[in-house]
Design a binder for this molecule. Structure first.
Ligand code: 9WN
Length: 418
């Protein structure tokens, strides 16, 4: 059983490898995605630590001069209209000539870099891996802290739902409702060619996504100049930045550099994160109203990964209570099971995802809750194998949804199988 998960996961990852990076899915997402690559590297390190590092370095090859890591690095080998919005929509080219999107995704990269280094530290040192990626990761975090602290509270703001990685989360509904959608006839979706309409965001969502991205693009992706209609402080995004600052501290120490600035940054972010805690969970803050959005989503549980989190016990109680029913439903649902917007099959509005399960598993291990961690691990491995490495699953039935042979599902199952 165990050997077979490893073999099957390896088959998926080898199949989705393009020579220097891994596509999340050949059909639905045929380019390189930012946080996917970080999760993929975390699994790939068990097959080939070198390949895992190449994955991350190839992503860092698309980094902008301002430090941002774009959420998509487009492959010139793929048809320009295979994915919407493609390179012709974003109109962004790096100094090195890589076509990219202009928005970002959650910063899991430093954590992934540290974990791939640990997989074979001798080989990593021989490749000078940490020394090469460290300045790039520092520039990435500096971009986030300097250019994206739009609320002035020491927290990073996202300016597009895609930046959260949890595109149609109910936490974005009220803010998105303020956005005038781009007319439907002005663009052609490609996602619904490959996945069922009922598993994906709606056309109205897409009209708004397109409008927000076009406004950012038309202002040169300039964070100081763009009139952002959507700007929120997302708990998952900020929690991952904290985890990655801790990883940067480890990397700095390994390079005989000073880890203290990273530990200080992590401590400051952790204390700011507390301002998002309400009703037993972390909630996003909408910078238009300056209010927390009263929606319980998986993003609000991801801070379990933050070392020394003072709210950890309350958060665990929420995860195990009626809103997320830890251990009773499959993995951890992306949205409050009792919430008014809950839909078991629609993307980030209820289904359980493997990347968030992996993050929560890591948090549980860090908290010493090996009992809960073991339950989650068993569920992840069983679902990964029985669903053909689905993108996400119905939390009540475990039925697969979205893409199959999905890369981070294979990679993270591989990681937990070790
Ligand atoms: C938009 C690639 C990405 C993930 C996101 C997931 C989905 C894209 C889409 O796929 O988003 O970036 O087209 O729906 O929501 O988390 O990184 O797997």
């Amino acid at each position: 059983m165990t050997a077979s998960i490893r073999q099957q996961a390896a088959r998926v990852l080898l199949g989705n490898w393009t020579g220097h990076s891994t596509v999340p899915s050949h059909s639905l997402y045929p380019h390189q995605w930012s946080w996917d690559s970080a999760f993929i590297a975390i699994g790939l390190r068990h097959l080939s630590p070198r390949r895992a590092q190449v994955e991350l370095e190839s992503l860092l090859g698309s980094q902008w001069a301002d430090g941002r890591i774009p959420h998509i690095s487009f492959s010139p080998a793929v048809a320009r209209d295979a994915y919407f919005p493609g390179p012709d929509f974003w109109q962004a080219v790096t100094q090195g000539g890589v076509e990219t999107s202009g928005i970002i995704q959650p910063p899991v990269h430093a954590l992934a870099a540290w974990l791939t280094h640990l997989a074979d530290s001798d080989e990593s040192v021989r490749r000078n891996f940490l020394a090469r990626v460290y300045p790039k990761l520092v520039a990435w975090h500096a971009y986030l802290r300097d250019r994206r602290d739009l609320g002035g509270r020491g927290l990073v703001a996202i300016v597009h739902p895609w930046e959260s990685g949890m595109d149609n989360s109910p936490a974005w509904d009220a803010a998105l409702a303020r956005v005038e959608p781009a007319p439907l006839e002005s663009f052609t979706r490609r996602d619904t060619d490959h996945a069922s309409d009922s598993d994906r965001p709606t056309d109205l969502d897409y009209g708004r996504y397109v409008q927000l991205a076009a406004t950012y693009r038309d202002h040169g992706y300039d964070d100081g100049r763009t009139p952002f209609a959507f700007a929120l402080e997302d708990p998952c995004f900020n929690a991952l930045l904290i985890a990655s600052e801790h990883a940067l501290a480890e990397i700095a120490s390994a390079l005989s550099l000073d880890p203290v600035p990273h530990l200080k940054a992590a401590a400051a972010l952790t204390s700011s994160l507390s301002t998002l805690f309400a009703d037993g969970i972390f909630e996003a803050r909408d910078l238009e109203s300056e209010r927390l959005v009263a929606a319980g989503t998986i993003s609000g549980l991801v801070p379990l990964i933050v070392p020394g989190l003072v709210e950890a016990e309350e958060l665990l109680a929420t995860a195990c209570g009626p809103r997320f029913r830890f251990g009773e439903v499959r993995m951890v649902p992306s949205y409050d099971l009792t919430g008014p917007a809950f839909e078991p099959g629609r993307y980030w509005r209820g289904p359980s995802w493997f990347n968030t399960a992996w993050l929560i598993h890591r948090g549980l291990v860090g908290l010493g809750r090996t009992d809960l961690a073991a339950t989650l691990r068993t569920d992840v491995l069983e679902l990964a194998a029985t669903t053909g490495f689905a993108e996400y699953v119905d939390p009540h039935t475990g039925e697969p949804r979205g893409a199959r042979d999905f890369s981070w599902t294979a990679a993270l199952a591989l990681d937990l199988e070790q």
